[in-house]
Design a protein around this ligand. Structure first.
Ligand SMILES: [Zn+2]
Ligand SMILES: [Zn+2]
Length: 254
């Protein structure tokens, strides 16, 4: 059995829970210590239940809360050499290095990282498995590579970035350099890019689709859901959004 949930998703702080068998890891933590503790409790866990924290990249919305939480509860932190180099004050004694091309295991959880184009030092995303089910995660990528398509094909659950609606971003209040950054090849996935990716994947096993990292300024859940429904050519009840404040309640694969 696998399950997953979000403490929060978006540019004000990302943190997901991925669980297989007796092992639960936190994927990123861009929330303060108190906030992370409270949101874990909301999902029925305490930080002491976590086996590790896995980090995708060193941007603040993913890493700002990792150090305090790891130090407080002595949790190992898995990340790439580049993410470590880009992190100002890492808890060095807790750090475990991952290579973005090499699978590794934490307890009952098998983890297959893959590199993505994003403006961080060595960003990677992950496919998680218990040996039966596969949960593919992708946030913070400015464009889609064939390697990413292969990594995410045939998953039972996809947790995918639908960051912005291109027109809302263009017309919106962001300063021009930030607009260029988000729209760039190493920025964030638009609804259209994410939908195109989704449409290109083998979805024969897909039972859960979670739309994540939705911009509160340049997107709405409705825009993101409409784009995803277009790619799926239907609007299944297993398609949901993860939210900035409310995250996402546990969803299960069994
Ligand atoms: Zn982010
Ligand atoms: Zn980022």
């Amino acid at each position: 059995m696998m399950r997953f949930a979000y403490l929060g998703s978006g540019s004000k702080g990302n943190a997901a829970l991925i669980s297989a068998g007796n092992t639960t890891i936190l994927l990123d933590c861009g929330l303060g210590l108190r906030e992370a503790e409270q949101r874990l409790e909301r999902l029925g866990l305490s930080p002491a239940d976590l086996a590790a924290i896995v980090v995708t990249h060193e941007h603040a919305d993913h890493i700002s809360g990792v150090g305090p939480l790891a130090l407080r509860y002595q949790l190992p932190v898995w990340l790439t050499a580049g993410s470590l180099a880009g992190w100002k004050d890492p808890p060095r004694q807790l750090v475990k290095r991952m290579n973005p091309h090499d699978p590794f295991e934490i307890g009952d959880l098998q983890i297959r990282p893959y590199p993505v184009p994003h403006d961080a030092r060595e960003p990677c995303q992950h496919v998680f498995s218990d040996g039966v089910f596969r949960v593919g995660v992708l946030t913070d990528a400015g464009s889609v590579t064939n390697h990413m398509r292969r990594a995410l094909s045939g998953c039972d659950a996809l947790l995918l970035e639908f960051n912005h609606d291109v027109e809302m971003l263009r017309q919106g209040p962001y300063p021009a350099p930030l607009k260029r950054r988000v729209l760039g090849d190493r920025g964030h996935l638009s609804n259209a890019q994410a939908a195109e990716l989704l449409g290109s994947l083998d979805r024969s096993r897909l039972k859960h689709l979670v739309l994540t990292h939705i911009s509160e300024t340049n997107n709405t859940p409705e825009h993101a859901l409409r784009a995803a429904a277009g790619a799926l050519q239907c609007e299944p009840d297993w398609m949901v959004c993860a939210h900035q404040r409310d995250g996402l309640a546990w969803r299960e694969l069994r």
